[in-house]
Design a protein around this ligand. Structure first.
Ligand code: NDP
Ligand code: 2IT
Length: 444
């Protein structure tokens, strides 16, 4: 049994119920064998065992009261996964599905993703099983204040810097930051994704969606694909999806379908970014509202059906495991040529294997969606310098970073015998950087 297989078997015994975490760990462990063969010393150093074990996990109670005075209790988490190459960095997710398995998978992916950005950031993830849908702004504020009252003991500008993820956008980051500042009595960059007037970076709100398209542009260029007029399907309609739509449209593609967790819209004329922004970001309504703005749009119940829509390019930007084998097969039979993951682990293992064996160009999330955290790191730099860069400056750096990630994933894949396999390449490039840092820092 190889070193990676042994470590995976041990992990399965130890964490049997953590299915998402096991899924993410398996994908990484099973692609880095050629690296482990080249570095036999890693086994004696227990490098893999340490790599897949979070450095620290904090779990805490979050009590808050709703507008009627009723008390609710949610569970809060922060998984500080790895600090070998920089302070812990990664988003907070507020969604009823949140549990330790999901946050550990997200934390592990974040470690490699952050390494790929080339910036000095370790990996973390956190959040709560809180559902903000249907809650008033003051309820969300009280929840955020309670959450931060505990979290503030564990984070800091040089220690751990949370940001947004599902259910945590500029509104939540604003409330979280206000409470952090009040408790710590200091104005430091302990969160990213802040509002621009109080230390946020221009371009951060667009960064993940734009970054995904910059990454895909590198994939298209590499493979001489002309995307002009091509049809794109984007799942979700939140932060990542919305700005993916904006940049895909700006690059000459046509976004024909988008979704939320209730259903999806199809518009053969192309889905208008500003309308989606108005519905989702400003009014916080459901995607079905879109049909009121566009007579050519149709709404269908059930979010999974979106993968039946014929497209050239699919950009899953909602949540984990939204593309299963059946959806992958449907996309392929409808002629999809490229899949770019804006979400974290939106394709199941079986779906990824299907894309790779059928010759679909596949961009894995930890590489393709790294633009958000990379721009968060640019926000940290600006906060430390107490300077602001222009949006042009930030987007220029973002594009360079995304092109660089594509290059290093491609080169690592080729060097270790995988050909143009960006899944293996991203895992190898990210892992090598973290592993070398861990090795140099001794047994910690
Ligand atoms: P948002 O909360 O802004 O939007 C999430 C979108 O996905 C909504 O349309 C939501 O629909 C839908 N969604 C959420 N959960 C589910 C579910 N279980 N089933 C179906 N649809 C669902 O989140 P983001 O856009 O920030 O994040 C989307 C994905 O991108 C996540 O995987 C996240 O981890 C990843 N990501 C985010 C980054 C960022 O900077 N924000 C950076 C890198 C990756 P509804 O409104 O109905 O809940
Ligand atoms: O998954 C992710 O990379 C994010 N949610 C962004 C994290 C960040 O720190 O900006």
């Amino acid at each position: 049994m190889s070193y990676s297989q042994r470590v995976y078997e041990e992990l399965k015994n130890k964490s049997a119920s953590e299915t998402e975490f096991l899924q993410a760990a398996e994908e990484i462990l099973l692609t880095i064998d050629p690296v482990l063969e080249k570095h036999p010393e890693f086994e004696k150093l227990g490098l893999l065992e340490r790599f897949i074990e979070p450095e620290r996990i904090v779990i805490f109670r979050v009590p808050w009261s709703d507008d009627s005075g009723q008390v609710h209790v949610n569970r809060g988490y922060r998984v500080q996964f790895n600090s070998a190459i920089g302070p812990y960095k990664g988003g907070l997710r507020f969604h009823p599905s949140v549990n330790l398995s999901i946050l550990k998978f997200l934390g592990l992916e974040q470690v490699l993703k952050n390494a790929l950005t080339t910036l000095a950031i370790g990996g973390a993830k956190g959040g709560s099983d809180f559902e903000s849908k249907g809650r008033s702004d003051s309820e969300v504020m009280r929840f955020c204040q309670s959450f931060m009252t505990e979290l503030s003991r564990h984070i800091g500008a040089d220690l751990d810097i949370p940001a947004g993820d599902i259910g945590v956008g500029p509104r939540e980051i604003g409330y979280l930051y206000g409470q952090y500042k009040r408790l710590r009595n200091e104005f430091t960059g302990a969160l990213t994704g802040k509002g621009v007037p109080f230390g946020g970076s221009l371009g951060r709100v667009e960064a993940t969606g734009y970054g995904l398209l910059f990454f895909m542009e590198a994939v298209f260029k590499q493979n001489s694909i002309n995307v002009d007029g091509m049809n794109v399907v984007i799942s979700g309609s939140g932060n990542v999806s919305m700005y993916a739509n904006d940049m895909a449209t700006k690059m000459g593609m046509k976004v024909v379908a988008m979704s939320d967790s209730d259903g999806y819209i199809y518009d053969p004329k192309g889905i208008n970014f500003s309308t989606i922004q108005e519905i989702k970001e400003v009014k916080r309504l459901r995607i079905s509202e879109y049909t009121k703005y566009s007579p050519s749009a149709e709404y269908y119940c059930g979010c999974k059906g979106i993968w039946n829509v014929k497209c050239d390019i699919a950009l899953p930007c909602a949540t984990q495991n939204e593309i299963d084998l059946c959806a992958a097969k449907k996309l392929i039979s409808n002629g999809v040529i490229a899949v770019g993951e804006g979400a974290n682990m939106p394709s199941t293992t079986e779906a990824i294997n299907e894309f790779l064996t059928q010759g679909v160009f596949f961009a894995p999330g930890k590489a393709a969606n790294a633009g958000g955290v990379a721009t968060s790191a640019l926000e940290m730099s600006q906060n430390s310098m107490r300077l602001f860069w222009t949006k042009e400056e930030v987007l220029k750096r973002l594009k360079e970073i995304m092109t660089g990630i594509h290059k290093s994933a491609k080169e690592s894949a080729i060097e270790y015998g995988y050909g143009y396999n960006l899944v293996a390449g991203a895992n190898i490039a990210g892992f090598l950087k973290v592993a070398e840092a861990m090795k140099a820092q001794g047994l910690v």
